[in-house]
Ligand binder design. Structure first.
Ligand SMILES: Cc1cc2nc3c(=O)[nH]c(=O)nc-3n(C[C@H](O)[C@H](O)[C@H](O)COP(=O)(O)OP(=O)(O)OC[C@H]3O[C@@H](n4cnc5c(N)ncnc54)[C@H](O)[C@@H]3O)c2cc1C
Length: 316
């Protein structure tokens, strides 16, 4: 039986708000969502890649397998309940940028440090194959969530002001991304994604389950489309230069195919000095007002587990 407590107010329905709303729905806890629109949402342009070996130093993050298993189960549950597909398995062919990088990665692989995702048989002269990656289709996920909760009358399309949140009779969780962080130590990092139409020539090596990666990733989507992207733009002035570097990489990586660019998508993801997300009650507002933000470049991996923790705090 549902409680008589006032519903949880979720501010923002990007990935964080969607994950929280679904976790609450599963737990039978009432909620309402207010969202200002997806036009500026990071989740509308985020690639949603979940990659076991990342960074310039090719690192396998501790605890990755457990977090990835939890996240995957969450998206699979959503797929089954909503009758849609959100998860795609991928392999990543990542090129080295020079002999020093190649030597360092080969040494790690031969010591078994990157197993099971990168093994000796995955090494090539110019690149290495990373296994076990996948993608959560974030734009599809937030669009489906929006349609679901609009139809159920629990989502209002509006911008919520802080004063309205303060007057809400139940708990409020800010899932508002770059627009409204509510904490001082988050900063925006820009990302650029080029949307491409790809026409593989007969016999070309284009595969819909392989991400090409040289620092810039080229992610195959269905329908002959692809996204190419990279993040780390600190301000608008940096964007133009970064975009040209992105295009140069795509020209090189897709030299075996015919392709054309038909859109540029830009967004801001929030990051924190310690690279840990910010989730929990605001100081002095325990039980009343909290944040779920700062997901950084690993939102698809982290959001499901953090949503589950929020359910624990909200059901107490
Ligand atoms: C180019 C790019 C590439 C990325 N690639 C990856 C990747 O490969 N893998 C990965 O895991 N992550 C990736 N990310 C990061 C990931 O997309 C983010 O971590 C995640 O989408 C953040 O979700 P969010 O819900 O916190 O914020 P958002 O998606 O920005 O959602 C915030 C929502 O809150 C709403 N809102 C804000 N203020 C208010 C208000 N006052 N009232 C009502 N509504 C409000 C907004 O309208 C918006 O809909 C990428 C990000 C970018 C930009």
């Amino acid at each position: 039986m549902r409680s008589a407590r006032p519903p949880v107010l979720i501010v923002g329905q990007g990935l964080a708000g969607t994950a929280l709303a679904w976790a609450l729905e599963r737990a039978g806890i009432d909620f309402v969502i207010v969202d200002a629109g997806h036009a500026g949402a990071a989740s509308r342009v985020g690639a949603g890649l979940v990659n076991p070996v990342t960074g310039e130093r090719w690192v396998a993050a501790p605890g990755w397998a457990e977090k990835a298993a939890e996240a995957r189960a969450f998206y699979r549950d959503l797929e089954a309940a909503w009758g849609a597909r959100f998860v795609t398995d991928l392999r990543i062919r990542r090129e080295w940028r020079g002999e020093a990088e190649a030597a360092a990665v080969r040494a790690k692989v031969l010591r078994g440090e990157l197993a099971p995702w990168l093994r000796p048989e995955g090494l090539e002269p110019g690149a290495a194959w990373i296994e076990g990656a996948w993608r959560a289709d974030l734009p599809a996920l937030i669009a489906a969530g929006r349609a679901r909760w609009l139809a159920r009358g629990v989502l209002r399309e509006a911008r919520l002001e802080a004063v309205e949140a303060a007057a809400w009779p139940g708990p409020v969780v800010w899932c508002a991304g770059a627009a409204e962080t509510r904490l001082p130590d988050m900063k925006p990092v820009g990302g650029e994604t080029l949307e491409l139409a790809v026409e593989p020539a007969p016999g070309a090596g284009w595969r819909e389950d392989v991400v090409r990666h040289d620092g810039v990733w080229v992610l195959p989507l269905d329908g002959g489309r692809a996204w190419a992207g990279a993040s780390f733009v600190r301000d608008e002035a940096e964007r133009a230069a970064r975009r040209e570097a992105l295009r140069a990489s795509v020209r090189r990586q897709l030299a075996d195919l015919a392709w054309r660019e038909f859109a540029v998508l830009s967004g801001w993801r929030m990051t924190t000095p310690d690279r840990e997300p910010r989730h929990g009650w605001l100081p002095g507002r325990e039980g009343r007002e909290g944040v779920f933000n700062g997901l950084g470049s690993k939102g698809a991996l982290l959001a499901p587990g953090l949503a589950r923790r929020w359910v624990g705090w909200l059901s107490g």
